[in-house]
Design a protein around this ligand. Structure first.
Ligand SMILES: *Cc1c(COP(=O)(O)O)cnc(C)c1O
Length: 228
């Protein structure tokens, strides 16, 4: 199967999972994570209807976003200060922010470019040491600090679930959804109204994420790998 066909089949299944979860299909955005493939495969997924892509390295983002500038590009990887200049503006949404020094740099670069950069806070819900992200207890204070930056707009939260246990993944996703409600209740009305995204769920666990309220799922292998 080609990326085009696999994208279509994930999309079709997403429609049926949304229906089963009692959620309108338009409320869940499918981001095709193209980090392991080149522009040919991206073009194939676009033929299948893909409009949103995720990259975890600045090099991949630059190459592919510049090849397909009319698509929406998401930065989902580790942020390094010196690469922020390459990410801001190219990525319509940065999913992986959890350090204030990076937020400040994003704000500076966005100001220079005359834009406002949309971001999500990455949260380490499961507490695994191997995972990056903010401790859930620190999210409210961090969000309030972001509120002081005029060129950074907080849009929601992102997490990654532990692998290999779908029940545990579902719990983690439900915790993130709860955390978003808690956060919105603590923010001023203007900020709370903008915090409406939950980025959670990958090839193996996106169904659990949709049931738990994901608005963005990030699917790589199920679209781009022959083996999955
Ligand atoms: C690679 C990656 C994905 C996609 O993972 P798959 O298991 O290939 O679907 C999603 N989110 C992040 C942050 C990733 O790095």
């Amino acid at each position: 199967m080609s990326a085009r066909e696999r994208y279509r089949s994930v999309r079709e299944e997403l429609e049926s999972v949304c229906e089963d979860a009692g959620r309108p299909f338009e409320t869940v955005h499918l981001v095709a994570v193209s980090k392991t493939v080149g522009t040919d495969e991206v073009a194939s997924a676009i033929e299948g209807g893909a409009s949103d892509f995720g990259e975890n390295r600045p090099e991949g983002l630059i190459e592919k976003a510049d090849a397909f500038p009319d698509k929406r590009w998401h930065f989902i990887g580790n942020i390094q200060s010196r690469r922020i200049v390459d990410i801001v503006g190219r990525a319509s949404l940065i999913h992986s922010l959890y350090q204030f020094k990076h937020a400040q740099k994003i704000n500076d670069v966005a100001q220079e470019k005359g834009i406002v950069q949309d971001v999500l806070i990455e949260v380490n819900v499961s507490g695994e040491e191997s995972k990056s992200g903010l401790n859930p207890r620190e999210v409210v204070e961090f969000a309030q600090q972001l509120g002081e930056l005029d060129h950074v707009r907080l849009r929601g939260l992102m997490t990654m679930a532990p692998q290999g246990d779908l029940d545990r993944a579902r719990e983690v996703f439900e915790e993130l959804a709860y955390l978003k409600e808690l956060l919105c209740s603590q923010l001023d009305d203007k900020m709370a109204a903008e915090v409406d995204e939950l980025s959670m769920g990958m090839s193996e666990d996106w169904r659990e994420a949709v049931y738990a309220g994901a608005t963005i799922i990030r699917v790589g292998r199920a679209i781009f790998s022959e083996e999955f």
